[in-house]
Design a protein around this ligand. Sequence first.
Ligand code: FES
Ligand code: FES
Length: 177
Amino acid sequence: MAMKPGGKEQGGWASARTKEIGRHRIAVTVNGRRYEREVEPRLLLVDFVRDHLRLVGTNEGCDTTHCGACTVLLDGHAVKSCTMFAVQADGSEITTIEGLAAHGRLHPLQEAFRENHGLQCGFCTPGVVLAASELLRVNPKPTEEEIRVAISGNLCRCTGYVNIVKSVSAASRAGGG
Ligand code: FES
Ligand code: FES
């Protein structure tokens, strides 16, 4: 880089300033564990979860808010994590698919998807399961139509949705939210 008069001092100041304003310290609780990290303001939440925390069960399909593969629970609500920045999640509680199973047992939704063949390739499944878990939390006995509406932001290229709906219904009957 060409040095202008006084550039060394200015460049030094500028790069220090870039560093200072270029990163933000955030604290989030993910699957019950607290993390503090310095991140760039433009870092997407999905990339924070996958690349910084190495929780790769959250998939990244489109990066444009269409597919829902990146769905996580943010303070209990299903959100597409490619649609927000990590800094926007500062102070929040996040649940990823890795946080659903407890004490070595599958979550009732995971069990229901397994039992009812609710997945094929599985790429959409973490997002679908998390979207369904919010549904069953607020509406433990949803109709088929309510299930279809709840997962309408989650695209599946394999199943035709029939067994996904069946799985969520089965989890509902089993009392799993
Ligand atoms: S990767 Fe986020 S909606 Fe597709
Ligand atoms: S199971 Fe393959 S995309 Fe849904």
